[in-house]
Design a protein around this ligand. Structure first.
Ligand SMILES: [Zn+2]
Length: 215
């Protein structure tokens, strides 16, 4: 099947994100399109496509076929990757066929997730910056007993971080745009939910969907 491995190109959809469900249709993580195709090609996963509120599933062969139709008739609704022979639509959602484990409830405390929680905005000057111009700020500095926790870490631009120095916001007369808290779900998922492209994810992320009693 080597000829079906997507080739990265300038218009490649390989940078898209794909929501991964476990076998029980519970959202467990987000992966790159490249990783998703890898799982599909090994038959470890299937594509879940939400069409007119119905869930359709496709194995990689079926998805290759349907991709041809999508390339022809629904071009603007999808991202594509090119292979030697054909174009493949990037699935928005895949489901792992042999994975029953439940989603990890805990969101990891790391730089990427803090940047995503704060939407890439400096929490002092409220401006958006590319990630290389952002830094992590301990709201209460460590020297003052501040902890490395969700509610004491925020995104700050290099300028604000330097201005604040080793002081508390009060001492530096700087204000936080909002009180930092631990997010309930992976903030990277929250960011993607703002885009129409990932609208189908909502079906699997809405808490109500899971709590409704099935009859
Ligand atoms: Zn700033």
């Amino acid at each position: 099947m080597s000829e079906t491995i997507p080739i990265p190109g300038p218009i490649s959809g390989l940078n898209c994100n794909v929501l991964v469900l476990n076998r029980l249709y519970m959202a467990i993580r987000v992966v790159s399109a490249r990783r998703a195709f890898n799982l599909l090609l090994k038959n470890l996963a299937e594509v879940v496509s939400v069409e007119n509120n119905t869930y359709l599933s496709y194995d990689i062969a079926g998805w290759m076929e349907i991709s041809q139709l999508k390339a022809q008739f629904e071009r603007e609704q999808h991202d594509f990757v090119r292979t030697v022979r054909l174009e493949l639509a990037v699935p928005r959602i895949i489901r792992l066929l042999g994975y029953d484990r439940l989603p990890k409830q805990d969101v990891k405390l790391n730089r990427r997730n803090i940047y995503a929680r704060d939407n890439g905005m400096c929490q002092y000057c409220c401006k958006k910056f590319p990630s290389q111009e952002l830094s992590l700020d301990h709201v209460i500095p460590r020297a003052h007993g501040g902890k490395t926790t969700w509610d004491n870490l925020v995104c700050a631009c290099v300028y604000c971080n330097a201005k604040k120095g080793g002081r508390t916001p009060q001492q530096a007369r700087m204000h936080l745009m909002k009180q930092p808290v631990k997010p309930k779900r992976n903030p990277v998922i929250n960011m993607r939910l703002g885009s129409d492209k990932y609208a189908s994810w909502k079906h699997f992320l809405d808490h109500a969907y899971w709590s409704v009693e099935l009859k």
